[in-house]
Ligand binder design. Structure first.
Ligand SMILES: [Zn+2]
Length: 303
C-alpha cells in the first residue's frame, strides 16, 4: 500500500538484531517497498546487503555532501561498481548542504556533486538529491550537468498523469497541449520524466514548481506534519500528486504524532495521511498514487 521512497535501514547505529527487527516491523506494516538510501560507502554497502536480503528493499548508491571529504577518482570507480548492482536503482543521496559553516568546503561539495551526476548520466540512472540551504547552486549544477536535458529524458519512460488532472496540471506548470502525449490506453497524458528526485523537499512551492516543470519529482517527508510548517504544506497544495512521493528519511525527522522518537518506515503512513488531507483525497488514493510514482521512479514497474 505504501512506498517509503527514502529511508536508512542501513543506518550504522543499528545492530544486526535491531535491523532485522525493523525489517520485521516493515513486513507487518502497510509498507510494501522501501528505498534504502546510501549516504557514504559503508551505508551503501549495507543498503546493497539489505536489498539482497529483502525482496521489498531497493537501494541507492551515493555520497551525501557531508561525506565527500577525502573523495578521489579511485573511490568514484568503486561507487560505480556499487551502483551497477541490480537492486541499486538511483545514484544518491547526492547534493549540497550549506547548513553547517564548518562542514565540507562548498567548493569540494560542488565538485563531487557534479561528478556523481556525471556518473548517473553515464549509467543512465535516476538521481536522488539532498539539498539544504543551497537551492540556487543545486538547481544551477543540475542544469549544467544535463540532469534535465532532453537527452536524459529520452532514456526513461514518460510519466503518466491522470487525464482528469491534465487541464489543471497544464495550467499550473504553464504547459501547452503539445507538452503531453496521450497514452495508448487514453487514460493518461504522458510527460517527459528526468528521473530526478528532490528528497525531503524543504524549499518553497515556487521552487518545487520549477523542478516539476523541468521534469523532476518532489519527495515529501515527516516535517509536513509539523504544525508550524506552512511552507511544505504549500508545496503539497501546489504540486499535482502525479509528481509526489512520500518518505521517512528514518531514523531522522519522525512525523507527528511520533515526533521526537526515532523514525522508522511504517511511520510514512502519517506523512501520506497528511498529504491526502492537504489534497482533499482519500488516504488510499494518496497511498496508491505515491507508491506507483516511486515504483516508476526506481524502475520497479514500467521499464
Ligand atoms: Zn536521507
Amino acid at each position: 500500500m505504501l512506498f517509503d521512497a527514502h529511508t536508512h535501514l542501513n543506518e550504522e547505529r543499528y545492530t544486526d538484531e535491531e535491523r532485522a527487527e525493523l525489517a520485521r516491523e516493515i513486513e507487518q506494516s502497510p509498507v510494501d517497498y522501501i528505498l534504502d538510501a546510501g549516504s557514504c560507502f559503508s551505508d551503501t554497502e549495507q543498503a546493497v546487503k539489505d536489498a539482497e536480503r529483502y525482496p521489498w528493499c531497493y537501494a541507492s548508491a551515493g555520497l551525501h555532501p557531508e561525506e565527500v571529504g577525502g573523495m578521489t577518482e579511485e573511490k568514484m570507480q568503486y561507487l560505480k561498481e556499487l551502483a551497477l548492482h541490480d537492486k541499486v536503482r538511483a545514484v544518491g543521496e547526492i547534493g549540497l548542504d550549506y547548513y553547517y559553516d564548518d562542514g565540507v568546503p562548498r567548493e569540494e561539495q560542488r565538485k563531487w556533486f557534479r561528478r556523481q551526476i556525471q556518473l548517473a548520466n553515464e549509467l543512465k540512472m535516476p538521481i536522488m538529491i539532498h539539498s539544504r540551504d543551497a537551492d540556487l547552486d543545486t538547481l544551477t549544477i543540475l542544469k549544467e550537468e544535463g540532469a534535465f536535458s532532453e537527452e536524459r529524458k529520452s532514456w526513461f519512460p514518460r510519466r503518466p498523469v491522470d487525464k482528469t488532472r491534465w487541464p489543471y496540471i497544464k495550467g499550473i506548470l504553464h504547459l501547452g497541449d503539445e507538452a503531453g502525449a496521450a497514452a495508448d490506453d487514453d487514460e493518461a497524458i504522458m510527460l517527459p520524466d528526468a528521473r530526478v528526485l528532490m528528497h525531503c523537499f524543504s524549499y518553497s512551492a515556487e521552487t518545487a514548481l520549477e523542478y516539476v516543470r523541468l521534469g523532476g519529482t518532489i519527495s515529501i517527508c515527516g516535517p509536513v506534519t509539523f504544525k508550524s510548517n506552512k511552507k511544505t504544506r504549500r508545496v503539497v497544495e501546489n504540486i499535482p500528486i502525479d509528481f509526489l512521493t512520500v518518505e521517512t528519511d528514518a531514523p531522522y525527522l519522525a512525523p507527528e504524532p511520533m515526533r521526537g522518537r526515532p523514525n522508522k518506515s511504517p511511520y510514512v503512513e502519517y506523512t501520506c495521511r497528511k498529504v491526502a488531507e492537504i489534497k482533499g483525497i482519500t488516504y488510499e488514493e494518496a497511498a496508491a498514487v505515491t507508491k506507483q510514482n516511486a515504483m516508476r521512479f526506481y524502475g520497479i514497474i514500467g521499464c
